[in-house]
Design a binder for this molecule. Structure first.
Ligand SMILES: *[C@@H]1O[C@H](CO)[C@@H](O)[C@H](O)[C@H]1NC(C)=O
Ligand SMILES: *[C@@H]1O[C@H](CO)[C@@H](O)[C@H](O)[C@H]1NC(C)=O
Ligand SMILES: *[C@@H]1O[C@H](CO)[C@@H](O)[C@H](O)[C@H]1NC(C)=O
Ligand SMILES: *[C@@H]1O[C@H](CO)[C@@H](O)[C@H](O)[C@H]1NC(C)=O
Ligand SMILES: *[C@@H]1O[C@H](CO)[C@@H](O)[C@H](O)[C@H]1NC(C)=O
Length: 362
């Protein structure tokens, strides 16, 4: 994006070089990180579920009605939060879904996120197939070996992968599509809220270590929102208030996730940096521009996703939610900008994405 004025001034005396620089850095722009790898669920999925046997897919209208390419499998009307962050980082194109990397530049990153997926393997499987976090890591290994083929050797590959940003936004489904559904999953019989959050964090941490072994050094870890306040949870209530019990586990999980950030930053202080995004921070919660918080903009099926081909609400920018689970592009824009440029450490800890990508690792 940015035509760095310093860069341009330095090269101006050398006309030919300058023209080359202008083309390379000013017209097309270089992203602030060379590559971005995305792990997560339907908040980030950009088409990985399209060909899976599951009802958790969104490659039909009205999903995607505000996306340049129409419905793609994104679970919202337009861009997801990570799509917008990708643009703020200066990437010319969105990061391709793992399911369709053919013809894409995988050196710039891959999106492994899968709707209904969680940290636990069984999460969301009552809806059909999905790609859980463990399998997303397996897919990443396959991409790393393709990158090795492209770059010629393991050393160059590691050098490249160290410069990338790793975005991990997962865990809501381990509650919504696991712990809160005792008719399908036994986790709530074996674990208290606290124990379950701890088990999720343990599993997530070992996946973060595996990512590290694969070269990851800069991570963005996203905490969970108020899961008990999404329309799917509140629509059932006569007074529309949050299901407070369903916020307990997610809030414990987010607290622990923030501690994981501290632990990794301390333990790997010489070569790594992680940040935590607080999805329940007051600054994220500044939704004063939005009028409707307790219902999605589209008409929903009993499972909470949009009814195919039904015309959605007209005033979608006044809605926080697109369907009964997922934010509208308007509210994701709010989240993405705040995560990229945060005014305080309440929202991004210990720094925002902009500072993370410019942070010099030793
Ligand atoms: C797959 O990726 C290619 C190259 O980026 C793109 O042209 C094509 O539209 C994509 N196909 C689908 C189904 O997303
Ligand atoms: C909504 O209420 C019905 C009937 O009380 C209940 O069977 C169902 O599980 C509830 N759904 C949610 C998401 O709480
Ligand atoms: C709202 O309704 C639920 C039951 O549907 C009840 O448990 C809760 O206390 C009510 N909250 C308020 C503020 O009235
Ligand atoms: C997130 O921010 C809220 C206040 O805005 C704070 O109460 C909460 O402790 C924060 N959560 C974490 C995990 O830092
Ligand atoms: C973020 O902050 C930087 C530095 O203050 C500014 O140049 C940039 O325009 C901001 N970006 C956004 C998306 O707000």
């Amino acid at each position: 994006m940015g035509c760095e004025s310093k860069t341009c001034m330095l090269v101006l005396p050398f006309l030919l070089l300058s023209a080359w620089y202008m083309q390379r850095y000013c017209v097309y722009g270089e992203p602030q990180v060379p590559c971005l790898f995305i792990f997560g669920d339907s908040l980030s999925d950009s088409g990985n579920n399209n060909n899976l046997k599951t009802i958790a897919k969104a490659n039909y209208k009205p999903y995607g009605i505000d996306f340049p390419a129409g419905p793609t499998g994104r679970f919202t009307n337009g861009r997801t939060a990570i799509d917008i962050i990708t643009q703020l980082l200066g990437f010319e194109n969105f990061i391709p879904p793992f399911a369709n990397t053919s013809g894409s530049d995988i050196l710039k990153g891959v999106n492994y996120a899968s709707g209904s997926a969680g940290i636990r393997r069984e999460t969301g499987k009552h809806l059909g197939e999905n790609i859980g976090l463990g399998s997303q890591l397996t897919n990443h290994k396959a991409i790393v070996s393709q990158i090795e083929t492209l770059l010629g050797n393991a050393e160059k590959t590691q050098e490249h992968l160290k410069k990338c940003l790793y975005y991990v936004n997962i865990g809501s489904n381990d509650f919504i599509n696991n712990y809160f559904l005792p008719q399908f999953y036994s986790s709530s019989r074996f674990y208290t809220h606290e124990q379950y959050a701890e088990a999720l964090i343990q599993e997530l941490s070992s996946n973060l270590m595996a990512l590290r072994a694969g070269g990851a050094r800069k991570y963005v870890l996203v905490g969970l929102g108020f899961v008990g306040c999404i329309p799917k949870a509140t629509s059932n209530r006569t007074n529309g208030s949050c299901v407070l019990e369903q916020n307990i586990g997610p809030l414990i999980f987010s607290d622990k996730l923030r501690s994981v950030v501290d632990q990794f930053n301390k333990h790997f202080s010489t070569d790594s940096k992680l940040i935590f995004i607080n999805s329940t921070a007051k600054s994220t919660g500044d939704l004063s521009g939005f009028k409707v918080l307790n219902a999605g903009c589209c008409s929903t099926r009993t499972d909470g996703q949009c009814v195919p081909d039904k015309t959605p609400c007209v005033n979608k920018n006044e809605y926080v939610f697109w369907d009964q689970f997922h934010p509208t592009e308007a509210s994701s824009l709010h989240t993405a900008i705040a995560s990229y440029n945060a005014s305080n450490t309440d929202l991004t800890y210990p720094m925002d994405i902009n500072h993370l990508v410019h942070h010099q690792l030793k």
